[in-house]
Write a protein that binds this ligand. Structure first.
Ligand SMILES: *[C@@H]1O[C@H](CO)[C@@H](O)[C@H](O)[C@H]1NC(C)=O
Ligand SMILES: *[C@@H]1O[C@H](CO)[C@@H](O)[C@H](O)[C@H]1NC(C)=O
Length: 373
């Protein structure tokens, strides 16, 4: 993908998926129920736990699992069968240094959080490594998993804190990731690691203590598009939109708390308009353990970007509220596809957009409107 198109990513295309109102969610019954009888289970080994990363390699029939201090290769035909494993523990020195910074022994381990396949078939493995994010390369050959010992800085690819989530995706030969980038965990950004490297600015109105869910490569407007799908730490704040929002309800009444997103999957179609995001939501309350799956079509999302109104942050009693932007929008409109009118103005892709458009979307990363099917 050309470096230019990817800038579009960093121009406000952070998708916040919001499920329908709670009443609607709980009235639903599953359309399809699947029983699993002879489920194959991979058993925890020697006290190793904290399986946090899965990577499917259909090309070689293996499911890779990143855990604490270990990576496993399981047989796709029968995941209870381990084909190989490799261990990567922190050194005593690293553990001591981690503890001297006030972290405990559980935190000062190596939690493997990122597994990605490179174009030469090797894999990138990154772990928290006792609050010292580090990556290495791994090969799987002749039934053996091997770490190459080519360690490199993993900051920005995996978090320092093992309890934080991070997310990444390989697009061709380029790694995109989203995570915290400092020891204190105060700065969270989206990044592209290949040359020229790029990262989002650290802005509260863009990412306010986000919980990174899932990145994917989609296709939109006929050009490459990457997006990160995250949820804010306090989703109530995100939907606290004036004047049509749930007017001051957040926190107040339990049933009005929005469900929170847990995971997203993009089912791609040749025709990008027909691609569908499936998102799993769970309630924030402890009174219900029902989860819900919502489907959002890319065409509908595109329509929101193209036609709906923007939200502007305003600070009311030191809290950010989002109000509808009613004044004129810049042309070309941020978020809309480059069309013939824009081409006539000499704009072929997002890097050609005028400052006015960029400035506008930089300050207004949220839009009104739902795109629920
Ligand atoms: C795997 O085994 C084959 C045949 O014994 C050998 O030629 C090859 O070098 C081995 N590959 C690795 C990575 O060890
Ligand atoms: C790892 O797993 C243990 C045991 O389930 C749990 O107590 C601990 O909180 C987990 N650590 C992380 C970072 O998830």
């Amino acid at each position: 993908m050309a470096p230019l198109t990817s800038l579009g990513v960093f121009l406000g295309l952070f998708l916040v998926l919001i499920p329908p109102a709670q009443g609607e969610v709980f009235a639903s019954t599953p359309r399809k129920t699947i029983q699993y009888h002879n489920a194959k289970i991979f058993r925890v080994e020697n006290g190793i736990s904290n399986y946090s990363t899965l990577m499917l390699r259909e090309d070689i029939g293996i499911l890779f699992i990143g855990a604490r201090d270990a990576v496993y290769a399981l047989d796709l035909e029968d995941i209870s069968s381990k084909k190989a494993g490799v261990y990567w523990q922190v050194s005593e020195e690293q553990e001591t240094s981690c503890k001297s910074k006030g972290k405990n022994s559980m935190e000062c381990q190596n939690y493997i959080k990122t597994l990605e396949t490179l174009d030469d078939g090797r894999m990138l493995v990154c772990g928290t490594n006792a609050y010292n994010p580090t990556c290495d390369y791994m090969t799987y050959a002749n039934g053996t998993l091997t770490l190459e010992g080519e360690k490199e800085d993993g900051r920005g690819k995996v978090p320092f804190d093992p309890f934080q989530r991070s997310t990444s995706v390989m697009v061709g030969t380029e790694l995109y990731s989203a995570t915290e980038v400092n020891f204190l965990g105060t700065e969270q950004v989206f990044q592209r690691h290949s040359f020229p490297a790029m990262r989002t600015e650290h802005r509260q109105s863009w990412l306010n203590k986000p919980f990174f869910v899932q990145p994917d490569q989609g296709v939109s407007c006929g050009a490459g598009l990457q997006g990160g799908y995250g949820r804010p730490e306090n989703p109530a704040a995100e939907v606290d939109v004036l004047p049509e929002g749930p007017s001051g309800l957040p926190g107040a009444l339990e049933p009005s708390l929005p469900a929170i997103i847990q995971d997203v999957f993009l089912l791609k179609d040749q025709d990008w308009r027909k691609s569908v995001f499936y998102a799993v939501f769970s309630p924030q309350t402890t009174t219900s353990d029902l989860s819900t799956v919502c489907a959002f079509s890319v065409a509908d999302i595109g329509k929101v970007f193209a036609e709906h109104r923007y939200l502007t942050p305003v600070t009311i009693e030191s809290e950010t509220r989002w109000v509808t932007h009613t004044e004129q929008e810049p042309v070309p409109r941020p978020g809309a596809c480059i069309n013939n009118a824009a081409r006539d103005l000499g704009m072929e892709h997002s890097l050609d957009l005028p400052d006015k458009t960029l400035q506008f979307v930089r300050d207004r990363p949220l839009m009104e409107g739902q795109c629920l099917r």
